[in-house]
Design a binder for this molecule. Structure first.
Ligand code: GMT
Length: 389
């Protein structure tokens, strides 16, 4: 198949998943065209059958906000014509699903470009619910020929908030390259991250408010009071400064390292003892899965799709949002009990391999593409009547 993939190219789970998916599909013989305003951050080096099309947005002085949605629609339209694309798979509904729909309409009568939309999280749970986006989000996802959500939780939220029939949404969980994300055979950075042999607690995110970065510092302050340890914060975003300030207030700043954005998180996660993810909301929690694949147990909040990823007592512990005491206790339990840590580390790795490996998940997207293209019966045959519209 010839497949266009549209995603946010910057750091973030949806862009990471979209890029890994495209690369994996190319490995499987498909021709992949990434279409975005910048090269996706995980797209490096030359890969056979992989192309990148940069969306150019004209910044005319009249525009306070250059209309990216339209420029993207034109880029998808042009790529579909030039490279004979069968479908475009858009990741994160806003504005990508609308751009895909426009491109498809522009091509009517000339070629039949199918649009597959993957819902990732705040496109449904937050941004998509804003009055300025709700109607177009609902419209564009209803017009998609194939629709997936990264967790059962996100599917249910889509049904609840947008009235989309549950049977029109396929749950296709995120996946992980378990050869790259592993503990064994990785360069060991323990001595530079924790020079005195301390335990390593780690967090990786974009430090948006939803990640509750300050809670991570709160948990760590309670842990380091009991067990010699270090907190390694990977990534960057709005709450990084607040988290740093809290570390100073709690007197633990000398034990906390902010590494900033990193392209080799697999190497870092492989030397962590614990991964903290106390998010307010998380439709999946890709970072938790990355940690698990590296055999790093997770202490996280019991929200959204996280319980579908992290199984309580098997790959980590889940606590209510904001329960920093509980999270600290769970962390200490793990760090103090080597047998328990070994058990959860092995359990985390096993779950990642058994449930979320590339070979289990990527074929499910291929199957959906075949359905959408009419190579098998499926939804999307009549997009004008979908969802009772
Ligand atoms: O939804 C967002 O705010 C951004 C998005 C991203 O690009 O990182 O995150 C969502 O998609 C990830 C990949 O599917 C999921 O792992 C994250 O849980 C999800 N974020 C939220 O639900 C807050």
């Amino acid at each position: 198949m010839k497949i266009g993939i549209t995603c946010y190219p910057t750091y973030g789970g949806s862009g990471a998943v979209a890029t890994e998916l495209g690369l994996e599909l190319a490995e499987r013989g498909h021709e992949i065209h990434f279409i975005s305003y910048a090269q996706p951050f995980r797209l490096d080096g030359f890969r056979e059958r992989v192309f990148f099309h940069e969306v150019e947005v004209e910044d005319y002085p009249l525009f306070e906000h250059p209309p990216y949605t339209l420029a993207l629609a034109v880029a998808v339209h042009d790529a579909a014509r030039q490279y004979d694309l069968d479908l475009v798979h858009v990741h994160y509904a806003i504005p990508h699903a609308a751009s895909g729909w426009i491109a498809r309409e522009m091509l009517l009568g000339e070629r039949d470009l199918k649009v597959v939309t993957t819902l990732h999280g705040t496109d449904i749970t937050l941004v998509g619910q804003h009055p300025s986006f709700h109607a177009i989000t609902r419209f564009s996802i209803l017009r998609s020929d194939g629709l997936t959500a990264v967790s059962g939780y996100l599917r249910d939220e889509t049904v609840r908030n947008f009235g989309i029939p549950s049977e029109d949404i396929s749950v296709v969980p995120n996946f992980i390259d378990t050869d790259r994300y592993r503990r064994e055979g990785k360069p060991c950075h323990r001595t530079s991250l924790a020079p005195e042999g301390e335990r390593i607690l780690m967090h990786v995110s974009n430090f948006r408010a939803v990640k509750r970065a300050v809670d991570i510092v709160e948990v760590f302050a309670r842990v380091v009071a009991e067990v010699p340890s270090r907190l390694i914060m990977v990534g960057d975003g709005p709450d990084r400064v607040r988290a740093g300030k809290r570390a100073v207030e709690l007197g633990v700043a000398d034990r906390v390292t902010f590494l900033g954005k990193h392209t080799s998180v697999d190497e870092l996660l492989a030397c962590a003892d614990l991964f903290l993810l106390p998010s307010e909301s998380e439709s999946f929690g890709l970072a938790a899965l990355e940690a698990m694949a590296c055999g790093t147990p997770v202490v996280a909040s019991r929200v959204g799709g996280l319980p579908e990823v992290v199984t309580e007592g098997e790959s980590g512990f889940l606590l209510p949002v904001g329960d920093v005491e509980g999270m600290a206790e769970a962390s200490l339990r793990l760090l103090r009990d080597d047998a328990l840590w070994q058990q959860l580390s092995a359990g985390a790795r096993r779950r990642a391999v058994e449930e979320f490996s590339v070979d289990q998940i990527v074929p499910r997207y291929e199957e959906l593409y075949r359905k959408v293209l009419g190579q098998e019966a499926g939804i999307g045959a009549d997009t004008t009547t979908k969802g009772g519209e």
